[in-house]
Design a binder for this molecule. Structure first.
Ligand code: ADP
Ligand code: MG
Ligand code: MG
Length: 902
């Protein structure tokens, strides 16, 4: 180990000093190289410069005190261990300088191989390699190329161009056909390119090469693409990267050498087996660069059986050690295997479930841990229909999967055209460079949205997610020309009206219509899977993990459903009741006429007639839902939206009346309607006459609904069923509002229920901030609270969802004012605090007060965890989100360490 340990801050760790839990300090790559070293696996010796050194460098623009000395000490120790000196002309030690941050940022930062080569040591290297000149010059030209590009910003194409020239002069496409002389010539060409762009000669001092390379890796943390990537993936900007200095091993020493990557299981499906690629006689970056064709890893068994066997046993060892899928980079130097990297591998949503299930079977993890290994976002992904990609479809571009789903349709370039074609019944994909608020109508009309610019927080992405619409953003390979109504991609032109398909999960774009297949997971939940699929590994894993989540969770999961059909579907998805049954749709369709009469009523008699006609209809609606839910609780919200929503729009009505008058027709009725619409017009309908206010202003309206609910419950019970209605009063801000409604409702209920045994609870929504702040008083009059977090968010922030998401949210996200839209995931600090206050004060006033949430947040993974923490009794969400909420409620219940799953 390094000499002279002083009390100065430690910036450099030998691989033998670290371990896998030190990712913050050593980065993922360094921590795992240390872990493998300590497991006794064959890792080339080396050391790691910490992320703290990088942070200090980036803050001050220079290396922190003590760093240079510590690097020197560790380098000397390495030289002693290897019995070679860095860049020694006779027998040089060469190293790689590799970036490695806490979170893997594939391809974002830099690596320089073969540091230590110069005009002298290249000769020594050849001699050491058995007079293998070709190998030595190949290594040297790689150093100049990588060093030039990453350290000195020499345009990479220039090197590639020079390489191509030599190859075409030789009449070959294959690097391996270049001999030592060709490569020596290439080195000269590279040096000229280097000098031309940097104004200096390629540095011959090995230590200068090392220091410059380390500094370049530090600086690559702030390279533009790395900054963009971090923003995209919400990786904090101040973590910095570690730098790993690793003794070089050579996969390019001849046919008995090579390099490869491997996975311990298939990261696509989770299937067990051997997955990887191998490339003989090559250095690391060739595999990823796709310069030559790799062979499947299984081929290695034929090429080098003993290395192959050793690799398989190391992979098994790593899996057992990490208790998870690992991915691996390795190199073979003349028959000797070296491990260059491992990490817990990324995987698809399906593989995450399958692997978690398998690891339980194998006894490596328990079921609680399996629950940690998957998440609701993955389950949600598995519930979308997918493209069937068995044959011939190849993506022409890949952007960012900004809003999941699979959509095919005719390409349009303007919002207006999207609206036109959609009105003709066509499926359209709106293609833009980026969208803006003027595109909203087109986005609503389109099946999917494709943009060539912008990330996960762009306007297109935010709005599409809000609408639940498929979106691929930032597909920068496509070149959009709106005036010409076409885009080009991969040398092909796509005109308006041509069909494309976009996958909002993977970000892939296909030409033509890709067939879509239903989700097996949804079929499983619905019980409609045929026998052949019931036993598929994904369905088995989902079943097992969901069963465990249900066993663990404390939160009940209900659904938002307004019809018997929705209720039935949600029950199949596992809903344990209805948390929000909206009644407004029950006033539409052929009942409009009655509603108009109700609104236009001049005299009490007219109004009562309209209400009396509505009563049996509402009763039938509720009966259907109660029967469907068969004894599970059903929370019915009394009518909420402003009444004018049930009347025709003002402009249209005004025109109709004017035209009819012109023709001399009798328009008395229309005029009355128009007058009513004018009278009821509100500047701010969201803050106007709605919810409980309506119930207090229109006599008999709530009474009719309460009666319909109670009568329906009694009818179901009389017919031998069970019904548990809960009447929910919307938009309450003061206890007096609720008390007034309650007094009337209790009278009606008592009269209807009689001795039928039906019990009807009365509670309120908590969706106005004042209600949350006076929850102690309101609880006196409420048997339950249900948090309407959509309105609570709107009123808490003071913005209307319909207006703001398209208008400025993208900017707020860009500026980091929100990390995520507060309508997508609950704002814990603000709106969440209102929920917390109301829950605590409500329960203090009325122990046993039932608490639930019925806003869309009820199906959002992070929000579900919050509601678990706050101690609610249930969440309620749309039928499709019910499984996600079940899973996350289970995860919240077993979550003890707050570890993140990135
Ligand atoms: P990335 O993070 O982009 O994967 P790496 O630091 O892993 O970058 O380096 C890229 C490739 O360079 C690796 O896959 C490996 O094959 C090769 N490489 C890195 N260090 C060495 C080394 N010391 N000896 C041989 N090959 C190396
Ligand atoms: Mg790597
Ligand atoms: Mg509301």
């Amino acid at each position: 180990m390094a000499a002279q340990e002083t009390d100065e801050h430690k910036y450099v760790y030998d691989f033998s000093e670290g371990n896998k839990d030190l990712k913050d300090l050593l980065g993922g790559k360094g921590a795992n190289l240390a872990e493998m070293t300590n497991l006794g696996l064959p890792v080339p010796p080396g050391f790691t410069i910490t992320t703290e050194a990088c942070q200090a460098y980036l803050a001050t623009g220079r290396e922190p005190d003590g760093l240079a000395g510590q690097i020197e000490a560790h380098l000397q120790a390495l030289e002693r261990e290897m019995g070679k000196r860095l860049g020694d002309p006779g027998d040089p030690l060469l190293v790689s300088v590799r970036s490695g941050a806490k979170f893997s940022m594939p391809g974002m930062m830099e690596t320089v191989l073969n540091v230590g080569l110069n005009d002298q040591s290249v000769v020594g290297l050849a001699a050491q390699a058995g007079q293998n000149d070709r190998f030595a010059w190949d290594s040297y030209r790689r150093l100049i190329q990588m060093f030039g590009k990453t350290v000195c910003e020499v345009p990479g194409e220039e090197f590639e161009h020079a390489l191509d020239e030599i190859k075409s002069a030789k009449g070959t496409h294959n690097d391996l056909d270049l001999d030592a002389d060709d490569l020596r010539g290439l080195v000269d060409a590279y040096k000229k390119i280097f000098a031309k762009h940097t104004g200096r000669d390629f540095p011959q001092q090995p230590r200068e090469q090392l220091d410059l390379a380390i500094r370049a890796v530090f600086e690559s943390w702030n390279a533009e693409r790395a900054v963009l990537y971090r923003r995209q993936e919400r990786i904090p900007a101040d973590l910095g990267t570690a730098v790993n200095v690793v003794t070089m091993v050579f996969g390019n020493l001849g046919p008995d050498s090579g390099t490869g990557v491997a996975f311990t299981r298939d990261p696509g499906s989770g299937a067990q087996g051997i997955y990887g690629d191998y490339l003989a006689n090559a250095q690391g970056e060739d595999v990823v660069a796709g310069i030559r064709n790799t062979v499947p890893l299984q081929e290695l068994e034929r090429l080098d059986k003993s290395s192959y066997d050793e690799l398989l046993s190391i992979m098994a060892r790593l899996e057992e050690h990490y208790r998870d899928l690992c991915d691996i980079e390795f190199t073979i130097e003349r028959g000797k295997l070296w491990m260059l990297q491992t990490r817990v591998g990324k995987r698809t949503a399906a593989a995450a479930f399958v692997i978690a299930g398998q690891l339980v079977d194998e006894g490596l993890i328990d079921e609680d841990e399996a629950l940690h290994r998957v998440n609701g976002a993955q389950l949600a992904q598995l519930m979308f229909p997918r493209f069937q990609l068995d044959h011939e479809f190849e993506a022409v571009a890949t952007g960012i999967g900004a809003s999941p789903g699979a959509a095919s349709g005719k390409v349009v370039f303007t919002s207006a055209r999207a609206v036109e074609l959609a009105a003709e019944g066509e499926s359209v994909i709106l293609v833009r460079r980026e969208t803006n608020p003027d595109d909203l109508n087109g986005m609503i009309a389109a099946k999917g949205i494709l943009t060539s610019r912008g990330g996960k927080t762009s306007h297109a992405a935010v709005v599409a997610r809000g609408m639940g619409k498929t979106c691929v953003s930032g597909a920068d390979e496509i070149d959009v020309n709106v005036p010409a109504k076409r885009f080009t991609v991969a040398g092909q032109t796509v005109d308006e009206g041509d069909v494309v398909s976009i996958d909002g999960t993977t970000g892939k774009v296909y030409l033509g219509e890709v067939p879509v297949m239903p989700s097996e997971v949804v079929q499983y939940f619905e019980g409609s899977l045929d026998d052949e699929h019931v036993d598929n590994p994904l369905v088995r894993a989902v079943h097992r993990i969901m069963t465990h989540a249900d066993g663990k969770r404390r939160l009940a999961v209900r659904t938002n459903a307004d019809t018997g059909a929705d209720a039935a579907r949600a029950r199949r998805f596992g809903a344990e009741g209805i948390g929000l049954c909206r009644t407004e749709h029950m006033f539409l369709g052929d009942r409009r006429e009655l509603v108009e009469r109700l609104i236009l009523a001049r005299a009490e008699g007219e109004r009562d007639e309209a209400l009396a006609a509505l009563l049996p209809m509402q009763r039938a609606d509720f009966e259907e839902i109660f029967r469907e839910m068969d004894g599970l609780p059903v929370t019915v919200r009394l009518i909420d939206p402003p009444l004018h929503e049930f009347l025709p729009p003002l402009e249209q009505l005004a025109v109709n009346v004017a035209v009819a008058q012109e023709r001399g027709e009798d328009v008395a009725k229309e005029e009355a309607l128009l007058a009513a619409v004018r009278r009821m017009h509100e500047e701010n309908p969201m803050l106007g006459l709605r919810g409980v206010r309506l119930g207090l202003v229109i006599p008999g309206l709530f009474a009719m609904q309460v009666r319909a609910i109670a009568e329906a419950a009694v009818a179901v019970v009389r017919a031998g069923g069970k019904a548990c209605p809960e009447i929910m009063v919307p938009l309450v801000g003061a206890v007096q509002e609720l008390e007034t409604v309650r007094a009337e409702a209790e009278k009606i209920i008592a009269e209807v229920v009689g001795d039928s045994g039906v019990e009807v609870l009365i509670g309120t929504m908590i969706e106005v901030p004042r209600a949350a702040l006076t929850a102690g008083q309101i609880a006196e009059a409420a048997e339950f609270f249900s948090f309407g977090t959509n309105d609570l968010t709107q009123m808490g922030w003071g913005f209307s969802r319909d207006d703001v998401e398209g208008a400025f949210f993208w900017r707020y996200l860009e500026l980091g004012i929100f990390g995520i839209s507060p309508f997508e995931s609950i704002d814990r600090d603000g709106v969440g605090r209102l929920v917390r206050i109301a829950a605590e004060e409500g329960r203090a006033a009325r122990p046993g007060l039932k608490l639930g949430v019925c806003g869309e947040h009820g199906g959002d993974p992070d929000s579900v965890h919050f509601f678990h923490e706050v101690g609610l009794d249930y969440v309620s969400c749309s039928p499709f989100r019910v499984p996600v909420a079940r899973l996350e409620a289970g995860r919240a219940a077993v979550q003890t360490d707050g570890s993140d799953s990135r």
